[in-house]
Design a protein around this ligand. Structure first.
Ligand SMILES: [Zn+2]
Length: 403
């Protein structure tokens, strides 16, 4: 053979080996739905049973902020509210030492329910299940036997955000670490109970669940699905335990958008908008830009603590700026609920999903940078540069066709 060909052949065989080695990841990224339009959803957790006046006024302010804007289709920006349906009844617990709860349908929480309903009716809030409680009650009682802080919290409950982090996980027993799994019968009983309470209090069935602290297992998932839940929000993996240091662990993943689990479909939420932690509208815009280039939705995680604490005014201002700038930079931006997004992805809706191979290819290349080992090796041997060149060429051709 002519020696001239040896070098290209050697290069091709290295590239081939790399692609072969990462074929499963590359195929999984290719199969993930590609959106035709930029989509932004603010996913917000921990609302519901809890402080009354602060939550009610924060929710009402959010309705005003979100109602101010519309996309091309006349849809307002949607903030999902992952709802907690009960908090401990401190006085009752103090009386007999047993666990008692106050449910969201208690008269006490009426201002919160009214604010939630106002936002739902205006089309700016979409309701999701977070949990009957933001903890596993039996684990809390067990922890209280040895931990003075937990005992004090139970007797006079403040926000669940103040509990030790491992105890905020609902679907494990983290009274001692490492955590222990819950018995199957308890999972069945608790999922049936939380779905029934959700339906009674909110007049609708939960279709989307955001597992508290993102710790749950397949048994919980199957129990939710049996009661009508269609989608589970995940940061891209599933933690099933807390380790000896209390950190979420025993992870399975990566989980990708639209992937099927045990009877449910996953939606990935892995961008953040937490002004109390220093995130500004600029960070939100950067996330939207990168997700749009990848053909992925931009789901921004946030929590009620941003909107009910000292940072509330700043958080609202940043949210205002984020939405205004997002609409200015992306005139084709779409607003929708996570449930609508999930159903469009699961049902392969041509209204939202891209079918043109060239556009899917561009999104695929842009996603590959998030396979760090593949991308590092790809840059080393030059295949990353080739893929980027192809993507840029497709983009240029598309622009000139559009003009
Ligand atoms: Zn939470």
């Amino acid at each position: 053979m002519n020696g001239f060909w040896l070098l290209p052949l050697a290069w091709l065989s290295i590239v081939g080996s790399l692609l072969l080695h990462y074929r499963r990841d590359l195929w999984a990224v290719w199969r993930e739905p590609v959106l035709r339009y930029p989509v932004m959803i603010v996913e917000s957790d921990d609302w519901g049973a809890g402080p009354v006046e602060t939550q009610a006024s924060a929710l009402n302010r959010l309705v005003d902020v979100l109602s101010h804007y519309q996309d091309q289709n006349g849809r307002h920006p949607v903030m999902t509210l992952a709802l907690v349906l009960a908090v401990p009844d401190g006085p009752a617990i103090r009386r007999d030492g047993q666990y008692h709860r106050r449910l969201l349908d208690d008269l006490l929480f009426e201002p919160v329910r009214q604010a939630i309903e106002r936002g739902r009716a205006a089309g700016v809030f979409a309701l999701q299940l977070h949990g009957l409680e933001h903890y596993w009650p039996a684990a809390l009682l067990r922890a209280a036997e040895t931990d003075e802080r937990v005992r004090a919290w139970l007797a006079s409950p403040s926000r669940t955000e103040n509990l030790p982090s491992p105890l905020q996980s609902r679907w494990i027993d983290a009274s001692t670490l490492p955590s222990r799994p819950l018995p199957e019968a308890e999972i069945q009983r608790a999922t049936a109970e939380e779905v029934a309470v959700y339906e009674r209090v909110l007049g609708q069935s939960p279709r989307v669940v955001v597992p508290p602290t993102f710790v749950w297992d397949e048994r919980v998932e199957m129990a939710w699905a049996a009661r009508g839940v269609e989608f589970v929000v995940t940061p891209g993996l599933r933690n099933t335990c807390r380790d000896a240091d209390g950190q979420p662990s025993c992870a399975a993943g990566p989980i990708r958008n639209g992937e099927r689990g045990k009877c449910v479909t996953y939606i990935v939420r892995n961008d953040y908008f937490e002004p109390e932690k220093g995130h500004t509208f600029v960070d939100g815009l950067a996330a939207l830009r990168s997700r749009s280039e990848q053909g992925r939705p931009c789901l921004l995680e946030t929590h009620r603590s941003n909107f009910i604490g000292l940072e509330a005014e700043c958080s609202n201002a940043e949210l205002h700026r984020l939405i205004a700038q997002a609409l200015r930079k992306y005139p084709d931006l779409r607003f929708m609920s996570t449930l609508e997004l999930g159903r469009a992805m699961r049902d392969h809706s041509p209204l939202l999903l891209e079918v043109r191979a060239s556009r899917r290819l561009t999104a695929w290349v842009n996603r590959l940078t998030e396979l760090p080992r593949f991308w590092k090796l790809g840059r080393l041997i030059g295949i990353a540069a080739v893929l980027c060149l192809i993507a840029t060429k497709i983009k240029r051709d598309r622009r000139s066709q559009d003009q």
